[in-house]
Design a protein. Structure first.
Ligand code: ATP
Ligand code: MG
Length: 146
């Protein structure tokens, strides 16, 4: 069952990478995550948002949409979406070291997201945009006061 949710959108400006990472992290903190868990979430969000900023839109820019849901079982689901150019071959794009911006980028963004989150799903349509859904189950922690 959904315990809480939010959604927001912002322009694809690099200044918003840190902003969106901070928002998701503040939202996720309601699940009382460990420092490691919160850092994993921040890193994955950074990679996904950076991809929207770098790859999705041309110089004109566009909007990035983020929504997240917290569930009763301590799971967080984060969706990061753009309405940009889309990815031609998703499974190839998700391979470690694959990049279309050779020389500048390592091609490790998706590999990082997959290693820090339990599940990463990518849906993309050429000319329509890309949507990344990431799920992470956080360790249950019980306080002394129950
Ligand atoms: N939102 C997106 N819109 C369009 N193409 C994307 C998007 N996200 C990723 N891609 C494509 O997938 C490729 C792989 O992405 P990935 O994040 O793994 O590597 P990278 O961004 O090229 O390099 P790094 O993340 O290491 O800086 C990108 O080079 C790009 O072609
Ligand atoms: Mg990347």
């Amino acid at each position: 069952m959904v315990k809480n949710s939010f959604c927001m959108n912002f322009l694809s400006r690099s200044a918003n990478e840190g902003f969106s990472r901070a928002v998701v992290s503040a939202f996720a903190s309601q699940l009382d995550p460990t420092l490691e868990e919160i850092n994993d979430i921040k890193t994955a969000v950074s990679e996904a948002v950076t991809n929207c900023i770098v790859h999705a839109y041309g110089d004109d820019g566009g909007k990035i949409y983020i929504s997240a849901e917290l569930y009763e079982d301590n799971t967080i689901k984060i969706k990061i979406r753009d309405k940009g150019k889309g990815i031609e071959n998703v499974s190839q794009a998700m391979e470690p070291l694959f990049t279309t911006v050779g020389g500048e980028r390592a091609g490790l963004g998706f590999a990082v997201m997959m290693s820090f989150m339990d599940s990463v799903k990518v849906r993309s349509t050429i000319g329509k945009g890309t949507s990344i859904t990431m799920i992470k189950k956080l360790r249950h922690r019980f306080s002394v006061n129950g």
